[in-house]
Design a protein around this ligand. Structure first.
Ligand SMILES: Nc1ccc(Br)nc1
Length: 448
């Protein structure tokens, strides 16, 4: 468009009549703060990643769903002081409604399950890939949007659901070339923390808030954690107990501390046994410090991380068995994870294993002069009719066309020339063999 042309370069052709001294102010060509454009090369990489998300979802027999990026603010108002609810991209629309650009997917998913009611026969295995937003003061210069692959299993109370979700994550890593020596999946259960709070008679209503605070372990100082826990009403003794239990790194040690009968230990032992059967034990380890930062998790929680510790969590998730009742619905057990589009690509880049995503087109068609544009269009149409991708080139010199054919890895370059056309033929160059010959037009669409 004119603006883009102007943006690219000032006009120098004498035949472009630009008034001598016009005031032209260039628009800001950058996207809004914290957001990204996806020019073709980046879009090819994003599509490659999303194709892998979709293929894993299909391997697991998950159904795709989608929701509006715009949601009612009420869906995300919850106690517990989570970062995600303190950074809502919220505003009032022209109808005076309080709305948000969604910060996560799970509440929308729960909303749709409730809306579908009995017509949604459980268990449901749903996935989506959607853009999520946060409004963060740009002081930290972090992105304000990212895309998340979400996989959720609704209606299965047992840890075999979590075992399925972790299998999906492992399958994804294997597909994109990541190994278990580079990435691990830390697993724990919030029932560990629940047991500790019960041991110290900490009231249930503090559970979610304590989880959100404890999730900051490793991100803020231990003193800060202890201070926030005390402010939240957790006794000094309980704070010590919490920190002590969360430093446990083995299930056997956890069993020593909590006993063998509690749900935390039995759930985790079942999950690690299932992992053996799936054959992905080498990807996972128990780590009691994993609690995740979302208030609504109630059971098993997990997150994938790069073992060099350079990056933020690659993905994370867990069981949320009370979310539906907090929305006023009959309660439905559920678990799920979110897998962002940014950290995984940073990791692949850092490992030097980003895929080389070349362009390709089956045919390039180029009329050698203007009066042959009609015949060229006729050829293009017949080729596309049989499903061949065709790049029709106009207003270029032949030298540029040859270079372009190499650049976009065309299989064939079809030159429409006057003399050949008069005998119902065109010149075809096969790029792979560099062979060039005259071909009858109706042969172009026959399987070669
Ligand atoms: N929840 C959320 C949304 C957007 C980004 Br970027 N990160 C996290």
């Amino acid at each position: 468009t004119a603006t883009q042309d102007d943006a690219r370069q000032p006009k120098t052709d004498e035949d472009t009549a630009v008034p001598a001294a016009t005031e032209r102010s260039l628009i800001d060509v950058n996207p809004p703060r914290g957001t990204r454009d996806f020019p073709p090369e980046d879009m090819r990489l994003r599509n490659w990643l999303f194709r892998n998300f979709r293929e894993v979802s299909s391997l697991m027999s998950f159904e795709e769903v989608d929701f509006p990026v715009l949601e009612s603010e009420a869906l995300f108002i919850r106690k517990g002081g989570e970062e995600i609810t303190q950074q809502l991209y919220n505003f009032e629309d022209k109808g005076g409604r309080r709305v948000v650009l969604r910060p996560e997917i799970t509440p929308s998913l729960a909303r749709l399950v409730i809306k579908q009611g009995k017509s949604a026969s459980l268990p449901l295995k749903w996935f989506t890939i959607g853009q999520c937003w946060r409004y963060e003061r740009m002081t930290r210069g972090r992105r304000r949007e990212h895309y998340q692959w979400n996989m959720d299993i609704i209606g299965l109370p047992k840890v075999r659901a979590e075992a399925e979700l972790i299998h999906a994550i492992v399958l994804l890593f294997e597909r994109v070339g990541i190994t278990s020596s580079e990435v691990g999946i830390r697993i724990s259960s919030r029932k560990v923390l629940q047991a500790v709070l019960q041991m110290h008679s900490i009231p249930e209503h503090l559970f979610a808030e304590v989880c959100v605070i404890v999730d900051k372990l490793g991100k803020v100082t231990r003193e800060e954690i202890e201070k926030e826990l005390m402010i939240a009403g957790v006794s000094f003794e309980a704070v010590k107990g919490i920190i002590e239990v969360l430093s446990i790194k083995s299930l056997s040690k956890l069993e020593e501390v909590l006993g063998s009968e509690g749900e935390a230990v039995t759930d985790l032992k079942s999950l690690f046994l299932l992992a053996e059967h799936y054959g992905y034990s080498q990807w996972i380890n128990f780590d009691a410090s994993v609690v995740r930062g979302l208030a609504y998790y109630t059971g098993v929680v997990f997150e994938a991380f790069d073992k060099e510790g350079k990056l933020r969590a690659i993905c994370g998730g867990g069981r949320y068995d009370r979310l539906f009742s907090t929305f006023g619905s009959d309660n439905i057990p559920a678990c799920g994870f979110g897998f962002g589009d940014a950290v995984i690509l940073e990791l692949l880049k850092e490992k030097g294993i980003l895929p080389d995503l070349i362009r390709h087109v089956d045919d390039i068609v180029f009329p050698l002069d203007e009066e042959l544009e009609g015949p060229a269009s006729q050829i293009v149409s017949s080729l596309r009719q049989i499903g061949r991708s065709v790049d029709l080139i106009q207003d270029k010199r032949l030298k540029w066309v040859f270079k372009h054919a190499e650049r976009i890895n065309a299989d064939r370059l079809i030159l429409v020339g006057k003399s050949e056309w008069q005998s119902g033929a065109v010149r075809v160059k096969i790029l792979a063999t560099r062979e060039e010959r005259e071909v009858k037009v109706d042969e172009l669409t026959s399987p070669s």
